[in-house]
Design a protein around this ligand. Structure first.
Ligand code: B3K
Ligand code: ZN
Length: 886
């Protein structure tokens, strides 16, 4: 019987059912509708007959009624684009099934059954890179969030935990390595194919229960860097980083990062690894950074491969951070997973915090904190103030892939970090221990986490739960007055309205503050102030002279501080604040104020520029500062951050004023910048903090020079490029050259391409540096690069390297003609049928239209409408475009 064409109704009467018409609007899934699944799936056996173009999957599921759920006569198995080849229930053909959309509904009479389901899939045709797909001749999977349903019919939801056994059979020559989750329990030769091809098989068993999104398999021609780790209780773990032949010598840093992460999680969170094997596989076609599948992480090559010649210091840090992140998920994500996808921040926010704390310990706390806040403010704050704003625990979605956002990840981490600040480190650890103990082996909720924190720390988090419910970045207005010997601090908060949340309640906001003596820069200790009402007034006695306020030290709360401070106070803080973050912040605030005055034509422009020059001079010449921190303090606020500070953004004016200030500073401080460059240039290559800092400031100096003296900058950058013995120097020089016109630019670009031809990750840099450059002809360059033989829409890294770099570069993307907008809209339309998840990521830059001056706003909106009018948009892109149009 060809059951693929003879579905029956759920009550068992075979009939030819008309497929329901595809709804125009994808359904909205709501958090409040959560109900446990009616069936348990204690065991899952998967049998794969693997081939690039044809893979047969036989899934055998034991299912039992879930006593904790409302009973149902049918079991819903999710599918996505699958064709059912055969179905049996308890070993016999079964007529009682029907299709509902892509899902398979089977009527089950008893309390426990065995289902066997066969599907056939074509991995080579899977350009969405979800489910089982082919990449460079290998096969691998990506199942989070809902990719497993593209492999077989299954209750593809995170609260259905099952014990998995996986048998893979494949050609020995094409797929010599066969990996899946857990431990390898059997291998051997399989019956050869008709054409004489030798075949083999492997069986893997995962002893831990897991949801389907953590399932993984990899088959391919791979080689491994091997090592081992002994856990705190003496378990020997075999570690392997699998890559394609030829990439092995770029895996040392990844392996070291893995071992360091394992040790750190034992020491810091008391978490031990729980399998005998930990495999990491690098693939070049991947939608995101990496995936924490149990015992078998799959990584984008970008976060595995690194060496001095091909990776920058930033790349090294990113590899370390992502390796740690995926490893930490083994507890915060795998041992305790999410009840439903609305709880995503339970695992992602917590794991981001864990990886941030790890990187702070590895790379230095001050600089890492500044970098993390820069990411938050550069990406999450705009998200929070735009049409895609949502709480860290969203209330509804159409496509969950759209909610792997900076809000869920980075703001989610900030929310847990606030609990840590309020509780103190020791109590926070007690709260984490309680959470891990209480919920180990479960699919938990954000509420479970907060409750464990409350019970473990003794904090009352009743009001704090608002951070999970309310979207939007709170604004805190700050004023400090001084009279007699009393300083009076007034704090007022407002939480802006966001889509679906017009009115907000006041949030508890923990702010670390210090009051600095304006002569000496000393203070008598930090204090933690809780702003938990609309406003609060605090008095501090014993100040004969007005102190200087240092607030939100260490960025204890993810809020916008709004205050009117005399410029001199900011110059003072930039030079003297003993909190590194606050010092950086003072410098940023100073530059933001001066630039916005310039754009708005307010204030004394010359006095403002001079104030910045005074502050920057002090930073350039401060011998007590290490260069890594100096590099941070030298950074000008990004155009995106500046636009975010304006009610109606004027990208053209912001870009012009930012360049003008840079040029002014470059001229005014030419001598100091030059001296700094010369000193840094003399530091030999190494991975020490000193050597890394030296590389960072060198490129910063080039950036200022490019604005003030382009000819000199081109010469210096060309020299740095030619002399470079590492990618940080080479990329820094090329980045600056890309923004300038002249023979040095062309020569360096040609050299870079030739030198790294055939190394996709470095060629990605070549695309990104041109697309994100300050050159006035960027749009033309991007158009030409899209026709380059190395460009393809099929590889997400390549797409991002060209178009994300461009869309994140406001002076080009917001070009007055609207050409940047139409370029991104064209990309979305072309990419959507190939890779909807990646296409949908490009919608948010266009979604900022409400914050733009009217001319650009209209052009952006028109492009969104053009996309919305297209036939058969994916659910991913449909959702983002419709929310953006509002
Ligand atoms: N958990 C994965 C993200 C999966 C994204 C699916 N669209 C990687 C991570 O956060 O570690
Ligand atoms: Zn994660």
């Amino acid at each position: 019987m060809d059951i693929a064409r003879t579905p029956s109704t759920a009550d068992g009467n075979p009939q030819l059912a008309d497929a329901p018409p595809e709804p125009k609007e994808p359904a909205i899934i709501r958090r409040e509708d959560y109900a446990p699944f009616a069936w348990l799936v204690p065991t899952t056996h998967l049998d794969f007959d693997l081939g690039l173009e044809r893979t047969t999957v036989v899934a055998t599921l034991q299912v039992e009624r879930n006593p904790a759920a409302d009973p149902s006569p049918t079991i819903r198995l999710n599918g996505d684009g699958l064709t059912l080849e055969s179905l049996s229930v308890d070993g016999a053909e079964h007529a009682g099934w029907t299709m509902e959309g892509d899902d398979l509904l089977i009527t089950l009479p008893g309390d426990a059954h065995q289902l066997q389901i066969t599907t056939i899939i074509d991995p080579s045709a899977n350009s969405a890179l979800m489910g089982l797909f082919a990449s460079n001749g290998m096969l691998c999977t990506q199942c989070e969030a809902e990719g497993f349903r593209r492999i077989t019919f299954f209750p593809d939801r995170p609260d259905v935990l099952s014990s998995y056994t996986v048998r893979m059979e494949a050609s020995k020559a094409d797929f010599p390595i066969l990996l899946a989750n857990g431990n390898e329990v059997e291998t051997g030769d399989a019956e050869g194919a008709e054409d004489g091809e030798e075949r083999h098989y492997a069986v893997w068993q995962d002893p831990w229960l897991k949801p389907s999104y953590l399932f993984a398999l990899v088959a391919g021609d791979l080689v491994a860097r091997r090592d081992s780790f002994t856990t705190m209780n003496g378990r020997e773990v075999d570690l392997a980083v699998w890559v394609r032949d030829g990439d092995l010598d770029r895996t040392e840093h990844a392996m070291e990062s893995l071992k360091t992460s394992m040790k750190w999680d034992e020491e810091t969170f008391g978490r031990e690894y729980d399998l005998d094997i930990y495999n990491i596989v690098a693939v070049s076609d991947f939608n995101m950074g990496a995936m924490e599948n149990k015992g078998l992480n799959v990584f984008n090559t970008k976060y595995v491969l690194a060496d001095q010649d091909t990776a920058t210091d930033g790349d090294f840090d990113a590899v370390e951070g992502v390796i740690a992140h995926e490893y930490f998920h083994n507890w915060s994500g795998n041992r305790i997973t999410c009840r439903d996808w609305f709880q995503l921040s339970l695992k992602e926010g917590f794991t981001v915090l864990r990886d941030q704390l790890f990187s702070q310990d590895m790379q230095g706390e001050a600089v890492k904190r500044i970098e993390d806040v820069r990411i938050l403010r550069g990406i999450q704050f705009p998200e929070d103030s735009g049409p895609l704003a949502h709480p860290i625990r969203p209330d509804s979605y159409r496509e969950i892939s759209n909610f792997y956002t900076s809000t869920v990840y980075n703001k989610g981490a900030e929310v847990i970090r606030m609990m840590r600040v309020m509780a103190g480190e020791a109590a926070f650890r007690a709260g984490c221990d309680l959470y891990f103990d209480r919920h180990d082996g479960e699919a938990a909720s954000c509420e479970d986490f907060v409750k464990a924190m409350e019970d473990g720390t003794g904090l009352d988090l009743a009001q704090f739960r608002l951070w999970y419910r309310q979207a939007g970045t709170p604004k805190v207005e700050v004023s400090l007055e001084h009279e007699g010997d009393t300083a009076t601090l007034k704090l007022t908060q407002t939480v802006p309205p966001t889509p679906g949340q017009p009115a907000k309640l006041p949030m508890p906001i923990p702010l670390k503050i210090a009051l600095l003596d304006r002569e000496t820069g000393q203070h008598s200790g930090e204090q933690l102030v809780m702003l938990d009402a609309p406003s609060k007034t605090l008095r501090f006695d014993g100040f004969a002279k007005a102190p200087v306020l240092s607030i939100n030290r260490g960025f204890t709360a993810p809020v916008s501080i709004e205050r009117t401070v005399p410029r001199d106070d900011l110059v003072f803080l930039a030079a003297h604040d003993d909190d590194s973050f606050a010092r950086y912040e003072a410098m940023q605030e100073l530059m933001v104020g001066v630039l916005l005055d310039a754009v708005n034509g307010t204030g004394d422009a010359q006095a403002g520029r001079q104030a910045v020059a005074t502050a920057l001079r002090a930073i350039l010449t401060d011998e007590a500062l290490d260069d890594s921190m100096r590099g941070e303090l030298m950074l000008m606020p990004s155009q995106t951050y500046l636009m975010e500070q304006m009610l109606t953004a004027q990208p053209g004016a912001i870009h012009a004023e930012r360049e003008a200030l840079k040029a002014y500073l470059g001229r005014e401080l030419a001598a100091e910048l030059h001296a700094l460059y010369e000193r840094a240039e003399a530091v030999p290559f190494g991975m020490s903090q000193e050597a890394r800092g030296a590389r960072k400031v060198k490129t910063q100096v080039l950036i200022y020079a490019a604005a003030s003296d382009p000819a000199k900058a081109a010469e210096l950058a060309a020299q740095q490029y030619a002399a470079a013995d590492n990618m940080t120097d080479r990329q820094g020089a090329l980045m600056v050259l890309c923004g300038l016109e002249g023979p040095e630019r062309d020569a360096a670009l040609a050299d870079f391409y030739e030198r790294y031809r055939g190394n996709p990750l470095v060629i990605d840099k070549w695309f990104a540096l041109q697309a994100g450059s300050l050159h006035p002809d960027v749009i033309a360059h991007v158009k030409a690069l899209a026709d380059h033989p190395d460009f393809t829409l099929r590889n997400p890294n390549r797409v991002r390297s060209l178009y994300m770099a461009f869309a994140a570069s406001p002076h080009a993307f917001h070009s007055e003609s609207g050409a940047g907008y139409s370029m991104i809209a064209d990309l979305i339309l072309a990419l959507d049928p190939i890779n909807p998840q990646t296409a949908a990521r490009f919608v948010s830059p266009l979604g900022r239209w409400r914050r733009m001056e009217p001319g650009r706003a209209a052009l952006m909106r028109a492009e969104l409408e053009r996309i919305a009018a297209a036939d058969s948009l994916s659910r991913d892109t449909y959702e983002q475009v419709s929310r953006s149009l509002g």
